[in-house]
Design a protein around this ligand. Structure first.
Ligand SMILES: Nc1ncnc2c1ncn2[C@@H]1O[C@H](COP(=O)(O)OP(=O)(O)OP(=O)(O)O)[C@@H](O)[C@H]1O
Length: 233
């Protein structure tokens, strides 16, 4: 569903991404780890077609994002550290707006309530302005938008950063649900514990390169930390 083929990105003389090859299939949660500046956000931005590659290809559902940016966005949901929503609109108004933007204009209020129920957003909050929402509530709206868009792939950039452990755990459970329904999930994170707990595979990036890949069922939490640190030296 998501595939990077020899993907490179340079900014001036600086090579942020040095030939990345990566594949995330339907039903996988692939966690990208790496120090600040390793190239995780650049990778996600290339899949989102926020930026164009210097060379190589980022594919979504078999389509080159730099050739078919609009088409590929239909399949994607994006959840950054803080989901960007319209603060002056309520939760349900935001969901309606983003669902329509994604080409889904037949949802009823009952449908939206169902999406919010699935993500565990309290009914009392749905009709309140998003400006008053906590970070965890905003992330839940982000997942509700992904559900409404029927996204085949999710791109997540440090989505649990700044969430308390309970909110982070709830968020991870929602990801596991989406995964079991066949979504392909690529998540950049610094949270080694969550990567092992929630991910199916882990990739470690360093200085624009993928230096290690592993299946989470082959390693313990301690292994993940040890291997990660080995690659940071
Ligand atoms: N627009 C830009 N212009 C110049 N350099 C950039 C630009 N965007 C990113 N970079 C550089 O590219 C490198 C990779 O950045 P990127 O944001 O992909 O790293 P990251 O792994 O996501 O880091 P973090 O964990 O801090 O989010 C960094 O050295 C960064 O300074």
């Amino acid at each position: 569903m998501l595939e990077a083929i020899d993907l490179r990105k340079t900014y001036g003389d600086y090579e942020a991404l040095k030939g990345l090859n990566l594949k995330v299939d339907a039903g996988e949660i692939y966690c990208l780890l790496g120090a600040n500046g390793a190239g995780k956000t650049t990778t996600i931005n290339l899949f989102l077609n926020f930026i164009d590659p210097t060379s190589g290809v980022a594919k979504v559902n078999g389509l080159d994002t730099s050739q078919a940016g609009l088409e590929t966005k239909k399949y994607l949901a994006y959840i950054p550290e803080t989901v960007m929503l319209y603060g002056g609109l309520t939760g349900i108004e935001n969901l309606d707006y983003f669902a329509r933007l994604g080409g889904h204009d037949r949802y009823t209020r009952a449908d939206y309530l169902r999406f919010f129920k699935r993500v565990g957003l309290q009914e009392a909050a749905i009709n309140k302005r998003v400006a008053g929402y906590s970070k965890g509530m905003r992330q839940k709206v982000g997942i509700a938008i992904a559900l409404a868009k029927q996204a085949k792939a999710l791109l997540l950039d440090e989505p649990t950063s700044g969430l308390d452990p309970k909110a982070s755990n709830e968020f991870s459970e929602l990801l596991t649900q989406l995964q079991s329904e066949g979504a392909a999930i690529l998540m950049a994170t610094h949270d080694l514990f969550r990567a092992k707990e929630t991910g199916t595979r882990i990739g470690i990036m360093r200085e624009g390169r993928l230096v290690r890949e592993m299946s989470t069922d082959e390693v313990s939490h301690a292994d993940v930390e040890r291997i990660y640190l080995e690659h940071m030296h």
